[in-house]
Design a protein around this ligand. Structure first.
Ligand code: GLA
Length: 394
């Protein structure tokens, strides 16, 4: 029996500001970008999942009966297939296998959230193949649970949320506590550039989970002082004055970051709504520099190459580059720049020359805009890539 074939596209994300606030139920300001993961798939008549990853040029197969006994091995792309399938299967009992082929132009390990794009993409595919649609917010929560409990990264919900809810031309200000959001547009004369620092990271092997632990110890210490809060984002600059001398580092530093970063998200979003201010771009950029400083010194999530790049932008190109900061979870990955649209070309050339001279490596720069987060459609089998056709007919 022939089954319908589906094409799912999900996007990576750039978080404009609000780094390391989502796990503390704070505010973030992400967009989904014009770099995608594309997944093709359809149901099979047997009880096997056959998968192919173009990025790894590797196949993976598993029988449905082996899914429950599968133990994730660190770093494998197919952990996501098993984890998401397992989660879907907990809600809808599935009795047929499927074929899945994954293609991507979304770089991995540079803070663009390729994992969340893959998770949401796979869940959306299963919804189509097995004809069961869930509320989008539930899909976000299921995928986030897989990342936390199956993959093992104790992350916040920002990435899965924006991949599912991101829209063309829109910046979302998300409250990670109650998951409500407002949207706005970026000023037209600003361009978003992302510089790959060529230092790769895998958050699962980084101090990310240690930071989450430190934040929860910080919360306990604050409550021992007589506060009654459930997350660090309930704190304000006023509360900081009360606890300053009573909480030791590194906990105090982590708290300082969360309080100040939440404030920067709100200030950034307010600026987006006042378009007439001639200094908007400068002020937005300044918030990025402040965010970097706090990520470097308070949250200690930065890495030296990112610090050098941000400092260089600040010292030498203050009129063309409005602001810069490390992007994503940290300890490797990329740097985000907000740049004057009219000076973009010369800035890219100057940065490439400087990067080559300084680090003796070629610089890769991406220009991003806010694009859709998730899209799905039924397609004809003959429009599949050759590799996907072969898999379906196996
Ligand atoms: C990673 C996590 C997100 C978020 C960022 C830091 O991308 O997946 O949940 O915590 O780091 O802001």
């Amino acid at each position: 029996m022939q089954h319908p074939v589906f094409k799912i596209q999900t996007s990576g994300r750039v978080n404009l500001i609000g780094e390391h606030t989502d796990h503390e139920k704070g505010w973030v300001l992400p967009i989904t970008i014009n770099k995608k993961i594309t997944i093709y798939g359809s149901k099979r008549n047997d009880k096997q999942i056959l998968a192919f990853s173009d990025s790894y040029n590797e196949n993976f197969s598993i029988f449905l009966s082996d899914i429950d006994n599968y133990v994730p091995e660190k770093g494998n792309w197919y952990n996501f297939i098993v984890g998401i399938f397992k989660s879907f299967n907990n809600h809808v009992s599935v009795s047929h296998g499927c074929t899945i082929s994954i293609f991507s132009d979304l770089p991995q390990g540079i803070g663009l959230s390729s994992s969340a794009a893959l998770e949401i993409g796979l869940f959306t595919l299963f919804e189509q193949i097995y004809e069961k649609a869930f509320a989008p917010l539930d899909v976000v929560k299921f995928c986030w649970e897989v990342e936390n409990d199956f993959i093992g990264l104790k992350c916040g919900i920002m990435d899965q949320f924006i991949v599912r809810f991101g829209k063309f031309n829109s910046v979302l200000k998300l409250n990670c506590d109650n998951l409500t959001f407002e949207s706005a547009n970026l000023p037209e004369n600003i361009v978003i550039l992302v510089l790959d620092t060529n230092i790769r990271h895998k958050l699962i092997d980084s101090p990310y989970n240690t930071r989450i632990q430190e934040c929860s110890i910080a919360l306990e210490k604050i409550n021992e002082l007589g506060f009654d809060i459930t997350n660090l984002s309930e704190l304000t600059e006023n509360s900081l004055q009360k606890i300053q001398k009573k909480i030791p580092d590194p906990y105090l530093k982590r708290i300082k970051h969360v309080i100040s970063e939440n404030k920067r998200v709100k200030d950034f979003f307010n600026l987006l709504q006042i378009n007439e201010d001639p200094d908007t771009q400068k002020k937005l950029g300044q918030l990025l520099y402040e965010s970097h400083e706090s990520l470097q010194n308070n949250f200690e999530a930065s890495w030296s190459r990112a610090d050098i790049i941000v400092q260089y932008c600040k010292n030498f190109y203050s009129s063309e580059i409005f602001g810069a900061r490390m992007l994503g979870g940290g300890w490797g990955g990329s740097v985000l720049l907000l740049v004057d649209k009219n000076r973009k070309k010369e800035i890219i050339t100057l940065l490439k020359d400087w990067f080559l001279k300084t680090f003796e490596e070629e610089l890769t720069i991406f220009e991003f805009f806010a694009d859709f987060g998730t899209k799905f459609e039924k397609i004809a089998e003959n429009s599949l890539p050759e590799k996907s056709k072969q898999l379906i007919n196996k």
